[in-house]
Design a protein. Structure first.
Length: 207
């Protein structure tokens, strides 16, 4: 988890450095859990990683409340975004924890059978304050390139939440990282199925 660092200011962008949550074995005072290993010997090729957000300048907002019974908002402060493409790239490279070998670039002509190719676009990265908590929502759009020239498009949502101690930039990055990690975990699950030659489940349609 990033350190608290200093309070967020609109003049300074967030560092946008991806740091995954600790592995189960690295989490002190927590219930032991089995590490998630989805793929074995599968190469994940990433020819394209882009920041496709409609608002690339900001990554959320901090609402400063008046200490009143009705909690009246005093001001709303935007969170400036740093390098979101590099942030997304770092998260995708962390899929090694799920058993993948992530490679930046397209597969060579001699690529093996156990491989998946995916073009990834960051569609949303937004964090905000709610009462005494911070919340984030991250969305990835992934276009899988299948054998024979077919493509399959999927979208992955990730949510993060944590206690807000000091409205610090490290806290906002921590909650954004939680959201991105959840989205990448969903992608890794589908990529593992493709690597095993299995069809992807139908996309969830929200009414």
């Amino acid at each position: 988890m990033p350190t608290l660092s200093h309070a967020v200011t609109e003049s300074e962008p967030l560092p946008m450095i991806f740091e995954p949550a600790p592995e189960p074995a690295e989490r002190p005072n927590s219930v032991p859990a089995v590490s998630l290993r989805l793929a074995r010997g599968c190469t994940l090729y990433l020819p394209s990683i882009e920041d496709a957000r409609s608002n690339k300048a900001n990554a959320g907002n901090l609402t400063v409340m008046l200490p009143t019974v009705h909690a009246t908002p005093r001001s709303v402060q935007s969170l400036r975004s740093g390098d979101a493409t590099g942030w997304t790239r770092g998260a995708l490279q962390s899929t090694s924890r799920y058993g993948f070998q992530a490679v930046l670039g397209a597969p060579p002509a001699s690529a093996g059978a156990r491989q998946v190719t995916a073009d990834v676009a960051l569609r949303l990265a937004h964090a905000w304050s709610v009462d005494l908590n911070l919340v984030s929502h991250v969305v990835l759009k992934v276009n899988y390139r299948l054998p024979g020239g077919e493509t399959v498009l999927r979208q992955y949502h990730g949510m993060g939440t944590r206690t807000n101690w000091a409205s610090a930039n490290g806290e906002f990055m921590s909650v954004l990282n939680l959201g991105l990690e959840e989205a990448v975990r969903g992608m890794a699950s589908d990529a593992a199925a493709l690597c095993d030659g299995l069809p992807l489940p139908a996309p969830v349609v929200v009414p």
